[in-house]
Design a protein around this ligand. Structure first.
Ligand code: GRF
Length: 207
């Protein structure tokens, strides 16, 4: 069984979509935990519904950042996961986690990176920036996670046209639907060994 862990902070719609596909298609993938900084998040609620263990670590539970980071790192290391999936996790990933899982942490971002990514570009800011720039195409990007925001190598992208009368909210809705359609595919590809890196290039074969 291929084992993943999920980090999420918000509504958790990506986490829900992934869990739904795994169940629907009976994929040999199991989610061993959800880690969140927000115990009231939709993601945490969904995990409880699915009886997936939830780890809640925040400035409230662990006021000292270094202690919090050490605990997050310990949880990840002891979990023996194959892949760490970030699904709307709004906090910095501790260096220890990044070091523990080289090329085994992925994130999804609601634009075609490297456009409209980086510090401060999250949530609706991403879509507002794309519309303000007059971009004609946006989309979703799944990428590896490294020390810098939204800078790891790209694994899969799916474009979404930006319509002339789009609002950030309309665009966000269509991009989110696209995220739900591609994230589980990338996880499935990882589970089958269909994501490889050779000479610094990422090769993806999957649907
Ligand atoms: C998504 O738009 C994702 O691209 C970004 O955070 C958002 C999470 O949404 N990283 P949800 O919590 O999965 O609904």
């Amino acid at each position: 069984m291929y084992t993943i862990g999920i980090f999420a902070s918000g509504g958790g719609s990506n986490f829900k979509a992934i869990a739904q596909k795994i169940a629907q298609l009976n994929l040999p993938i199991t989610c061993s935990f959800l880690l969140t900084n927000n115990s009231k998040s939709g993601a945490a609620q969904k995990a409880l519904d699915l009886k997936i263990p939830v780890h809640h670590l925040s400035a409230k539970t662990h006021p000292k950042e270094d202690e919090r980071d050490a605990e997050i790192t310990r949880i990840v290391q002891e979990s023996n996961i194959d892949l760490l999936v970030l699904a709307g996790y709004m906090k910095k990933i501790p260096d220890g986690v990044i070091a523990a899982l080289p090329q085994r942490i992925i994130n999804i971002h609601p634009s075609l990176l490297p456009s409209f990514g980086g510090h401060g570009l999250f949530g609706m800011h991403v879509h507002s920036a794309a519309i303000e720039h007059g971009a004609k195409i946006s989309g979703a990007t799944v990428h590896f996670v490294n020390e810098e925001y939204d800078c790891g190598k790209i694994i899969k992208q799916q474009s979404v046209p930006i319509l002339d009368d789009d609002t950030p909210e309309n665009l966000a809705e269509r991009v989110l639907a696209t995220e739900h359609d591609i994230y589980w595919r990338v996880i499935e590809a990882f589970s089958k060994g269909n994501v490889t890196i050779n000479n610094g290039r990422v090769y993806y074969s999957g649907t």
